[in-house]
Design a protein around this ligand. Sequence first.
Ligand SMILES: Cc1ncc(COP(=O)(O)O)c(C=O)c1O
Length: 397
Amino acid sequence: MSEYKSFATDAIHSGHHPNESDPSIVPPITMSSTYQLAEVGIDDIFTGPVIYSRLGNPTRDSLEKCIAKLENAKYGFAFASGMSAITACFQSFLQSGDHVVCSEDMYGSTTSYLQKLEVQFNVPVSPVDFKKVEDVTDAITEKTKLVYFEPITNPLIGVVDVPAVVKAVREKNKDALVIVDNTFLSPWNMRPIDYGVDIVLHSATKYINGHSDTICGLVSTNKIDLARKMKNAQLYLGGVPSPFDCFLVSRGIKTLDLRMERHAKNALKVAEWLEIHPCVEKVIYPGLKSHPQFELLKKISRTPSGMVTFTIKGGRSEAERFLKSLKIISHGVSLGGYESLAQHPFTTTHGAVSKEQKDRIGITENMIRVSIGLEAVHDIIEDIDYALKKATNNNKA
Ligand SMILES: Cc1ncc(COP(=O)(O)O)c(C=O)c1O
């Protein structure tokens, strides 16, 4: 694992430095869409001055510099949403006939988008279980252009051996790009660039912003050719965030260090307690010794995040009653905010995934995914306990 000594300092100070012409301590929100040009003609949009806010904006620049620093990357790019960051990558690097290897257990809209890409643009996609590195190797061909996965799978919270996958891809096809969606962790936990991935991206809507009050995506890379393509994606696809959204995400980042530590502490306590609860069938949390990749997670990430998945004894109606009985935790999609959220992956985040695929990877109707927030942990536990008992009619549990 790489050195994180100054993470908190970098999160607070990178991207904006008060100076004589701009003494503000907090990066200002620059709303101007256009800027006075000093010269006639535009040399290079990548290195040139600020021209027009779709191309670059001082508030966005400050966020992009900060995320690059935190990811240990040279270049950072902000997009209007996690999905717009994801689609910008696929649009920028793929041509008709290229092959994609992706995880079979990831965010439902990414899976649906790739299915569309396959049909509409003739880009064959091979979904595999990234926990089995040999399956990834087997799926790669000489036509593979892009290898795409989430290090923490969704919603089954499996852990992928990122360095081993990167090694396997390089050995089989050195031209294939490796792109990682690290939304379920954060750069505080793990920096995939340190493991050799080409691009790391996030739905910054989640842990990075951390306050459930904006939608944003972030992309980081060390490679200039990939960075230029990302800049072009901002210019030509145009899915960039507003300066106000950038301001909110920058503000969220300042406390990422404190928040991620607390998410992990709370989640571990909840998972340990759930593991012995009589109304619970199974708990999946990589901080538990019972998790099959417990040792792997310790090796590649500082801690797990706050994402806990469990199955309730019973079926869909027990899961539904559980969600309706919660009082503090909200029933809602998304994750990574200061507040705890619970949802039913089978019908919501993974509602569009085929029943056959759900059966194959193990998304069941009695499954609940919880994003453990920053509330007092005894209140979270009390709330879940009440809802579990209500859902299973087990008041003695
Ligand atoms: C892992 C993951 N990636 C990407 C996204 C899409 O992000 P956004 O909602 O910011 O577009 C999500 C949204 O839930 C997600 O969970």
